[in-house]
Write a protein that binds this ligand. Structure first.
Ligand SMILES: [Zn+2]
Length: 376
């Protein structure tokens, strides 16, 4: 009895325990299966969002943001009519790449290197693939070191090996002649303290309009399609001086866009017209032959975006550009006179005499010369 009595409860307990254990085991198995299912589901949905994130939004960005951010100045230095992906040397980042510069001006033998500040998602330094559109003008090595070989223009392309649809281009202009003016030349011969910036050169060519020796390019005054001066050295030299002075104050001003030919502008303008119609396009982009960039005396600073207007660089530029012979060409409040929206980044070289007077009197070039700017 004692034994039985003793055994029974033991048996009963062990039965209950067994049932409990069974239940627990079942529960654990069910839980494991549930976790497993959840993990698989999660992995699948992760794949989906990853795919979506890599393709759809970027595609949208390519087709929409590109336009929106480049429109302000029409400053997409369009390289060619070739297809997607659209790259914006003005710095807007629809390719996923972001560089510290999108235009490089060199003399033969000069070298420079754009620094990659951002990569497309899933891409890294190891995925950089550099190539040159014309190795007779400039070569590039696997690290992005660019060497100027011969006079002319070409484009250096940076493409992601991980995602070859992501690419961005840097325009390289190699000047003829042997003036020491490479962009990484930081010796004392740089014109860092130009007391006075002389007026720009005068071209003897039919179809150009000069006022007091200053070439006029606005909606009233156009230039012939074959007027093709390239970026004027006097402009790039004084920009270098300006940029060095800004750098001494810890500010970073670079050439976002410089010279554009008639043909470059034709492509850009037609793109905008196709997108926004003539009326809208005319408020922010010049018709071919009417773009001040064709004068070779214009530089768009940094990233061409309204946000530039809120940077210390923009404030410094507004206060000091005239000391180096530049005017802020399309000032705020002068839209009806210049015919263009406010563009804090677009500076025009006119020499310090004209620039200083415009600055001190708070007037734009049209007011200075008493001319108008509208398409006739
Ligand atoms: Zn511009």
């Amino acid at each position: 009895m004692d034994n039985n009595n003793y055994q029974r409860p033991r048996k009963r307990v062990s039965k209950e325990t067994a049932r409990k254990r069974q239940l627990i085991a079942l529960g654990v198995i069910a839980l494991l299966v549930l976790i497993f299912i959840l993990l698989i589901a999660k992995a699948c949905s992760k794949d989906d969002t990853k795919k979506g994130g890599n393709t759809k939004p970027t595609e949208n960005k390519n087709s929409v943001t590109t336009m929106a951010s480049t429109t302000q100045d029409g400053s997409m230095t369009t390289t060619s009519t070739t297809t997607a992906p659209v790259t914006n040397p003005d710095g807007s980042n629809d390719s996923g790449f972001k560089l510290d510069k999108y235009s490089i001006y060199l003399d033969i033998g000069g070298t420079d290197m754009p620094y990659v500040q951002e990569y497309p998602e899933g891409s890294s330094e190891a995925d950089e693939r550099w190539s040159s559109s014309d190795e007779k003008v400039a070569t590039v090595d696997e690290w992005g070191h660019i060497t100027a070989v011969g006079a002319g223009e070409c484009y250096i392309t940076l493409r992601s090996a991980a995602d070859p649809t992501k690419e961005i281009q840097v325009k390289v202009v190699v000047a003829d002649g042997n003036v020491q003016q490479t962009s990484n030349n930081t010796n004392g011969t740089q014109p860092a303290n130009l007391a006075e910036a002389p007026p720009p050169p005068v071209y003897d060519m039919d179809g150009l309009t000069y006022k007091d020796g200053i070439l006029i390019a606005n909606k009233t005054y156009s230039m012939p399609a074959d007027f093709n001066p390239g970026l004027e050295p006097i402009c790039s030299e004084h920009f270098q001086a300006l940029s060095s002075a800004a750098a001494e104050e810890g500010l970073n001003l670079w050439i976002g866009s410089g010279y554009r030919s008639y043909q470059d502008q034709e492509i850009i303008y037609n793109n905008y017209v196709a997108m926004d119609g003539v009326e809208m396009a005319d408020t922010y982009s010049a018709r071919p032959g009417y773009s001040e960039h064709q004068t070779g005396l214009v530089i768009d600073c940094n990233t061409i975006d309204d946000a530039f207007g809120n940077t210390p660089e923009s404030a410094w530029l507004a206060e000091h550009a005239h000391e180096y012979g530049f005017v802020i060409r399309y000032p705020k409040g002068k839209e009806d006179i210049t015919g263009y929206q406010y563009e804090p980044w677009h500076i025009r070289y006119v020499g310090s005499k004209v620039a200083t007077e415009c600055y001190e009197r708070g007037i734009c070039l049209e007011e200075y010369f008493g001319i108008d700017s509208y398409y006739h």
